[in-house]
Design a protein around this ligand. Structure first.
Ligand SMILES: Nc1ncnc2c1ncn2[C@@H]1O[C@H](COP(=O)(O)OP(=O)(O)OP(=O)(O)O)[C@@H](O)[C@H]1O
Ligand SMILES: [Mg+2]
Length: 503
């Protein structure tokens, strides 16, 4: 494809040099440029792609997309646009031949529940015989193929490449997590969704979005985009009807809206909810029917995640009974309320909760299924929304009998600093009982040593992660593996097959 042909989709301010030059590829990272490539200079948080144009040209780029006027080496073909991030998405979709237009694409957004809900939707569609790709925090997955990805939602170029790969592997659909960062940074530009799901909106990422209004507006981008493209087939939004922001998003949605939840106005609603240590049950009432649902996942929040997946299943034309059976067979999602059992007389759960609302939900679920005390080990990520730290401290103290505050992923921050931000929240709770242990392994070992029969130990914040980010180092650290090792040190070595362990 030539530069002229590829850039036909763009809103171009100005251009120069040979436009009929043949392109072999495109990239936004100059280190990934190869001879014949188009280099798209995008402004990042740490740096700006415009500074790497010479590097890209030395690596063989034959043309560049820029946002501002620059003195380029003579003979360089160039295109100037208002927003090169947006352009990257449009160019990538065209370069890969709009692979997303031949897939049913479902995007899931919300502060919490994206990973869990996308896993459930994938199971529902596959139960109906539709190979479905899964993209999100835990990476990219199709059938047995699993690929780690850097972000919850990949950059636009990588996303289109993944859609192309899915098509080449006979996928019929893709379900993906769409983060608010991705929507704000045009990562889904060039992607046309058929369905969008809203789980909930609570405090998080206010280091990126100044306030909850901007955070909501970022999420709204996904819903406003529905049905605005050329793709055929039904378009819909599945929205949590019990979340206060849900109705705002519904008003902004130009296609059919299906609400789910527990209030009587919801089209897909749960009644008679029962939570147990090893699962949850409810009656699902939906347009045209009623079905009993038995999940292996516990927690009220998972009833919501299952309702969302149920509603998507109905919208995608899957038989309700098939939907219910598929949901009932899901054993769990890596790092979400994941039990580690080595024959110890108390329960240990590893979970990814890293927001005040996520922590509240997981601890309320834990409290409901714990006969003894609830001990919570948690911290907060460095270089992230500091405002949520005292809120998490308060939630943990309110819902736990004992807390150990420790490091999560400190990144460039001193671990003690994020711990110091958490403590005022704990101190707000008169009955708070807690200690600080900076070293996460030691914190976990201490909690396990303190646990008595019938207690539950919840280790929150890192879930499926197998690393810890400390300064610029990526250190191997997996909460589940550390728990297994520390339980063994306490003499608990029974090889009880954990849902996800590789033993
Ligand atoms: N529907 C929900 N509402 C509130 N909390 C939830 C919900 N589902 C899961 N959680 C809690 O939040 C944690 C994160 O869940 P999950 O990974 O599914 O969310 P996510 O939206 O993908 O998060 P991230 O934005 O980090 O990718 C879970 O471990 C659980 O504690
Ligand atoms: Mg996720």
């Amino acid at each position: 494809m030539t530069l002229a042909e590829l850039s036909a989709v763009l809103d171009i301010i100005d251009r120069g040099g040979e436009q009929n030059i043949h392109l072999t590829g495109l990239h936004y990272d100059s280190r990934r440029v190869r001879p014949g490539f188009l280099f798209v200079a995008i402004k990042g948080f740490q740096t700006d792609g415009h500074l790497y144009i010479n590097d890209a040209l030395q690596r063989g780029a034959v043309a560049v997309v820029i946002e501002r006027e620059l003195d380029l080496p003579p003979g360089t073909a160039w295109i100037r646009v208002a927003n090169s991030r947006q352009a990257l998405g449009q160019l990538a979709a065209r370069f890969y031949g709009y692979p997303g237009s031949s897939l049913r694409l479902i995007g899931v957004t919300g502060t919490n529940g994206k990973t869990t809900t996308t896993h459930l939707i994938k199971e529902v569609l596959e139960a109906a015989g539709r190979p479905t790709g899964l993209l999100g925090t835990i990476g990219f997955r199709l059938g047995t193929k699993v690929l780690q990805t850097e972000r919850t939602t990949p950059e636009a170029l990588d996303l289109q490449a993944i859609f192309r790969e899915l098509l080449e592997n006979q996928a019929q659909a893709a379900v993906m997590e769409v983060s608010s960062h991705a929507l704000t940074l045009y990562r889904t530009e060039g992607t046309e969704f058929d369905g969008a799901v809203f789980t909930n909106l609570t405090q998080d990422h206010l280091d990126f979005h100044q306030d909850m209004e901007s955070y909501l507006n970022a999420k709204a981008i996904l819903f406003k985009s529905l049905g605005q493209g050329v793709k055929k087939g039904p378009k819909y939004a599945v929205i949590n009807g019990d979340d206060p922001y849900g109705s705002r998003l519904a008003e902004l949605t130009p296609v059919e809206v299906i609400t789910y939840g527990r209030n009587s106005a919801c089209q897909v609603r749960a009644e008679k909810v029962r939570l147990a240590p090893d699962g949850a049950t409810c009656r699902v009432v939906f347009p045209g029917g009623v079905l009993d649902l038995k999940l292996k996942l516990t927690g009220l929040f998972n009833i919501y995640n299952a309702l969302a997946a149920f509603a998507v299943g109905l919208q995608e034309g899957v038989e309700p009974a098939t939907v219910a059976t598929a949901l009932s067979q899901v054993r769990g999602v890596p790092g979400r309320f994941e039990r580690v059992d080595r024959g110890q007389p108390f329960t240990v759960v590893v979970d990814y909760a890293h927001t005040p609302d996520g922590l509240k939900n997981i601890l309320q679920a834990a409290r409901q299924v714990t006969a003894g005390r609830l001990l919570t080990v948690f911290g907060c990520g460095g270089d992230r929304d500091r405002g949520k730290r005292p809120l998490m401290g308060q939630v943990a103290a309110q819902l736990s009998d004992y807390c150990i505050v420790t490091s999560d992923n400190p990144r460039s921050e001193e671990p003690q600093a994020s711990i110091a931000d958490i403590v005022p929240g704990l101190e707000k709770v008169a009955s708070a009982a807690y200690q600080r242990i900076v070293d996460r392994r030691q914190a976990i070992a201490t909690a396990l040593a303190l646990a008595r029969p019938r207690d539950m130990v919840v280790i929150a914040g890192k879930g499926h992660e197998t690393y810890q980010l400390v300064k610029d180092k990526i250190l191997p650290f997996d909460d589940r593996q550390v728990v297994r090792e520390e339980l063994a040190a306490l003499g608990y070595t029974e090889n009880r097959h954990d849902v996800y362990s590789n033993d």
